[in-house]
Design a protein around this ligand. Structure first.
Ligand SMILES: C[S@@+](CC[C@H](N)C(=O)[O-])C[C@H]1O[C@@H](n2cnc3c(N)ncnc32)[C@H](O)[C@@H]1O
Length: 285
């Protein structure tokens, strides 16, 4: 068992003591306080491509270093939540000292009950089981395109858009090993289901039934019914609101790109003998 995990039982007791706002029962302890090394914080925010337009939420914010760095160095805004009162007080104090209290704030709050819908970037350094307990909440509350960054522990059965793996001596004191992984995920727009598509006449003269399913959350699988035959969706990928896939029709490949929004898809398709042309789809009734 690594050090991070073994610190949990001590931290659980500490967190329960610190959380004095207990309404009904103490929150689930999502991880002990161990700060991400400053170089990892910079790498996490760089991997998420954080900028002045971003709103960063750190679940279990510790001394606030992720949101403070996002505001101070990357020009973003945001907030952090933690159940440890002292850490929240220290983080707000640091924001004041650094002159960024208008853009970075911290509150004593259970991360499982925090409204995360404002985030454009969500960060976490939590225990592996906690990260996975949050999957439903992340998909339900975050907007399509929101970047999720997780330090060391990934979301099971969720395709990462990117990962960075490195060895860091600083991590020995935290986890007992030098290995450090940063995972980047992007929240997909809801695309799974049946669509009625209008394609250029070169591909199909009549409307096409497109059935799409999600694999590992952002991979797209399915089939299109064209000319009485099922054609498999190939290389399907959802990147935020952007859907991409290929169809092999009449021996020719066609590349589709589309934006999925509010129950419709609008996009372009091109391929052999077909210059970029528009296509669209709406949810099949
Ligand atoms: C590993 S530390 C990460 C600190 C910071 N995000 C960083 O990367 O430096 C995890 C933090 O989560 C907090 N925490 C644990 N359970 C929580 C819960 N249910 N709600 C809010 N914070 C929680 C702990 O108090 C601790 O500060």
């Amino acid at each position: 068992m690594n050090l991070f995990l073994s610190l949990l039982s001590a931290a659980a007791l500490f967190a329960t003591t610190c959380y004095t706002h207990a309404q009904d029962k103490a929150p689930v302890n999502a991880g002990p306080y161990v700060p991400s090394p400053t170089s990892v914080v910079a790498d996490m925010l760089t991997l998420a491509d954080v900028g002045p337009k971003d709103f960063v939420i750190d679940l279990g914010s510790g001394d606030g270093r992720i949101v403070l760095t996002a505001a101070k160095v990357f020009g973003a805004r945001g907030f952090g939540v933690d159940i440890n009162e002292k850490l929240v007080r220290d983080a707000n104090e640091s924001a004041k000292i650094q002159g960024i209290a208008d853009r970075a704030s911290f509150s004593i709050q259970d991360l499982f009950k925090t409204d995360i819908s404002k985030a454009t970037v969500l960060t976490m350094y939590l225990l592996p089981n906690t990260v996975n307990m949050l999957k439903g909440k992340l998909l339900a509350e975050l907007k399509p395109g929101t970047r999720i960054i997780s330090h060391d522990y990934g979301l099971a059965d969720w395709w990462a858009a990117k990962t960075i793996t490195m060895d860091l001596e600083d991590k020995i004191a935290i986890s007992g090993v030098t290995t450090t992984i940063i995972f980047l995920y992007k929240v997909p727009a809801k695309f799974a289901g049946s669509w009625s598509a209008k394609l250029p006449a070169t591909i199909s003269k009549g409307p096409v039934n497109l059935d799409l399913t999600a694999h590992l959350v952002t991979r797209v699988r399915g089939k299109a019914r064209i000319g009485g035959k099922d054609v498999g969706v190939e290389e399907g990928l959802m990147n935020g609101e952007v859907l991409k896939f290929k169809l092999l029709v009449g021996g020719k490949y066609f590349d589709f790109v589309g934006t999925v929004k509010d129950g419709s898809i609008e996009g372009t398709v091109e391929g052999e003998g077909l210059k970029p042309a528009t296509w669209s789809a709406s949810t099949a009734k």
